[in-house]
Ligand binder design. Sequence first.
Ligand SMILES: Nc1ncnc2c1ncn2[C@@H]1O[C@H](COP(=O)(O)OP(=O)(O)O)[C@@H](O)[C@H]1O
Ligand SMILES: O=C(CO)[C@@H](O)[C@H](O)COP(=O)(O)O
Length: 493
Amino acid sequence: MPSPAVVVGVDSSTQSTKAAFIDAATGEQLAVGRSPHVVTGEAGARESDPEIWWRALGEAVAAGLSASGLPARAVTGIAVAGQQHGLVVLDGTGRPLRTALLWNDTRSAPQAAALTEALGGPGAWTARTGSVPVAAITASKWQWLREKDPASAAAAAAVRLPHDFLTERLAGVAATDPGDASGSGWYSTATGAYDPVLLDLLGLDAALLPAVAPTGATRIGSLTAAAASALGLPPGIAVAAGTGDNMSAAVGLGLGGAGLLDHPALSLGTSGTVFAASRTRPGSTALSGFAAADGTYLPLACTLNCTLAVDKVASLLGLDREDATPGGEAVLLPYLDGERTPDLPTASGLLTGLRHDTTPHRLLGAAYEGAAVTVLRALDELSRACGLDPDAPEIAARPLRLIGGGARGRMWVETVRRLSGRPLVLPGSEELVALGAAALAASAAGGGDPVALSASWAERAPGRHIDPVERDTETWQRVTSVLDRASRPLLGG
Ligand SMILES: Nc1ncnc2c1ncn2[C@@H]1O[C@H](COP(=O)(O)OP(=O)(O)O)[C@@H](O)[C@H]1O
Ligand SMILES: O=C(CO)[C@@H](O)[C@H](O)COP(=O)(O)O
């Protein structure tokens, strides 16, 4: 029997690389290869060596190819979706000048505040980029680099986002897409181009940046002989522009631009993110108004402490991550990395409400509750910023699509179900980011709209619907009251 045409979708996220081998006709996942990353840093610092991402990409592709049992010649295209915002600076030969500053590195918070001020406040930023700089935004990191490591900033021959860096290694072409570019802080979602005023403010030469392809599915080149040999794939196959990981998940979910927040998704990974595809350009200072991979929009809110923080609490307590019960009176805000939503970059974890009947299992449950309330509150804010009342019955009844590694966990699913009171959908694929990247690769190789393709794939694997339960408003109020009181001094309220 002839081999099916196969595409490789790569998710290069914070903790690991996953390479999914997907049948381009049916969307069937034939195999997934994985390889871990190394993240270093203390006291707000979070860095990774981009060469580790490249090595992990090779390992994940090799593992996936071997598990699929397919001949390499079956592969017709590849695309990379990557963790957003990371700052990669390269020398003239394409080698990293230093470790990359990651999205969850909070040292750039003062630079974010200074940039916001320098342009005339949050509204001025939203009008141009769709988002207000926080520590996560690449522009804040670039400013940090100029101040703290001026030698690397001055020596930079190229400035890349994580997925651009990997795509360039594949195709030898410096390219990005509107989605990932929109998280840089120097790309305008209003004009669809790099913003000269912002580049000037940042002292950043546009010549250092990759070209912005029209969409993440654009074929920006072909797999070079060197990359083909490093990955064990055929030279000359299509390389798509790729995109940021959240934008790719939206493609994987088949979410084309729709009405605002018609189809919200909640991703439980290192970050907790909530987002939805939209045809309307978001214009609120209370959300990240990113572009989607196809140039429509992706209003998004992101928390810093989700699965990794809760896993850390489990390991401090010596418990398995599923060995948790609801927290009772205990409230645990697991802000081990500071927090982004709300914007509390210098915050740390907080535990309160201990009683004689508090158990380690309840403490772990309280950590889930703290992380889940934080991201669900971000969803409520996102709704309000989009002009929707999150408590209106028709909005609260919209199913939440749960994705990311945490969606595999019983305790995560039950905690989100209890605290949201909403119906949930667990999509058919557990690797939505990689699946979305595969749809971008399939479009680059064979044409067609990646969102429509992915939606047709999803029809074959519709996922699991979970009915809502009554919302646990008591826990919600206990957690939000602690959060409000604890954040007031930090937010200056
Ligand atoms: N079976 C599981 N149950 C609960 N959590 C899980 C499970 N498998 C993985 N995870 C969580 O998923 C996280 C990784 O998810 P992923 O979406 O790949 O993260 P990232 O994109 O940030 O690298 C880990 O922090 C881990 O806690
Ligand atoms: O910064 C954001 C979104 O703005 C994060 O969502 C990153 O894109 C990292 O994602 P994960 O590795 O946690 O999936």
